[in-house]
Every structure is written in C-alpha cells, then in structure tokens.
Design a protein around this ligand. Structure first.
Ligand SMILES: Nc1nc2c(c(=O)[nH]1)N[C@H]1C(S)=C(S)[C@@H](COP(=O)(O)O)O[C@H]1N2
Ligand SMILES: [Mo]
Length: 202
C-alpha cells in the first residue's frame, strides 16, 4: 500500500493538467498577493457609479444598486500576474462587460479602464467583449475586499492581471489604443501571458 494516503493524493491536481494551465515563466500560488501602485481608495457605495464615456461625455452610468440589478454571472478563472504568480480557479460574481456595452451605441476599438485613485489600463474592445471580461464585486463568496479592488474591479483573466483594474469606475471608449498607467512605464500594450508579453517589445 502506498505510504501516501489516498485522500492526500486525490486532493492534488495532476501536474500535467496544472502545467498546461500555467503560462511560461509563472508559478502557482495559493496566496492572493496584493499589488497596488498607491493607497487603497474607499468610496462609499452611495457615491459609487460605473460609467461608460465617449469623447469626454458620459454615455451611460449605473449606480451601485443598478449594477446589482443587472444579470450576474459566476465566473471561475485562472489569473496571471506579471510578477510571475498565477492563481488557479479563482471564483467571482460579476456583471459581464457585454451586458454593460449592450446599453451603449458605439463603434470603438479600444477601451481605457479608469479607477478611483487614478489608475488606468488599456484594452482592445475585442478583449473585453464576447464573454472575456467582467466587473466583479464578489470574490470567493464574499464581497471583494478593498485591497483587492472592492467594491468592484475589472476582471480580464486571459491577460496579465494588471489589466484587471481595481476600484474600477468605468470604461472610456476610444478609436485608438492609448497607454494606461503601467503601459506608460514600459509594460506591454496588450499583455498576453501565453506569449509572455510583459514589457514593451515582448
Ligand atoms: N486601480 C488599480 N488596479 C490595479 C493595480 C493598481 O495598482 N491599481 N495593480 C494591478 C496589478 S499590477 C495587479 S497584478 C493586480 C493585483 O491585484 P490584487 O492586488 O488583487 O492581487 O491588480 C491590478 N489592478
Ligand atoms: Mo501585476
């Protein structure tokens, strides 16, 4: 009989399955590190809104309770930080960006997410639509903690996690790609973890 109990063995993910889910240069962690470029902003839910802007105007905005009334999805996703940690099977409750954009007329090709605290990050419209991006407000069955972006953050798990803007307050719709906060400091404009697009030129 194996010296390792079946229960212990059975709880482990098969290494092959795990490695096929971990992009090059990443390691899997059970922790949830906090990476913030500044202090954690705290906006009361009564003062919170999510806005979609175009050419300097607000096209549509939702209060906190209006956002909660939209169709909510349970999302399980692997996330990958450019500092090389990956976390598998993270669980979120979230509203799809598709649901939000469906209420706005536009023909934009890019978005710039904006946040309390001034952080921004840029994404192609094609990467925040078709079921690939969400505004998430619960993590692992609890309201999203402030240090992880609560009350709400963007969740774009197929790109490096710096694209998942914490304390997100809206999306600006753009014709041209404009660098956000980290992109201005030399991070990649796109950030595909499977192609290791960490820095400009990768
Ligand atoms: N508003 C804001 N969003 C942000 C950041 C930030 O500094 N400010 N850091 C980004 C980076 S680099 C990463 S890796 C993730 C970290 O999210 P976490 O702190 O929940 O792990 O948030 C991203 N979103
Ligand atoms: Mo990051």
């Amino acid at each position: 009989m194996s010296p390792i109990s079946r229960g212990f063995h059975g709880r482990r993910r098969e290494p092959a399955e795990q490695s096929s889910r971990v992009p090059p240069g990443q390691y899997v962690t059970q922790d949830f590190p906090v990476l913030s470029a500044g202090p954690t902003p705290r906006t009361a839910l009564d003062n919170w809104s999510f806005s979609i802007r175009q050419s300097g105007n607000t096209s549509k905005s939702w209060t906190w309770s209006e956002l909660q009334d939209l169709p909510v999805e349970d999302v399980t996703a692997d996330i990958h930080c450019v500092t090389r940690w990956s976390k598998l099977d993270t669980r979120w409750r979230a509203v799809s960006v598709d649901t939000l954009l469906a209420q706005v007329e536009h023909n934009a090709r890019y978005v710039l997410a904006f946040c309390d605290g001034g952080y921004t990050t840029n994404l192609p419209l094609a990467d925040v639509t078709a079921g690939q991006a969400w505004v998430a407000f619960d993590y692992d069955g609890e309201p999203l903690a402030p240090e992880h972006g609560g009350p709400a953050r963007l969740l774009v798990p197929h790109l490096y996690f710096w694209k998942s803007a914490k304390w997100v307050r809206g999306l600006e719709l753009l014709d041209k790609d404009e660098p956000g906060f980290w992109e201005t400091y030399g991070y990649n404009m796109y950030g595909d973890p499977w192609r290791e697009q960490r820095y400009a030129g990768d």
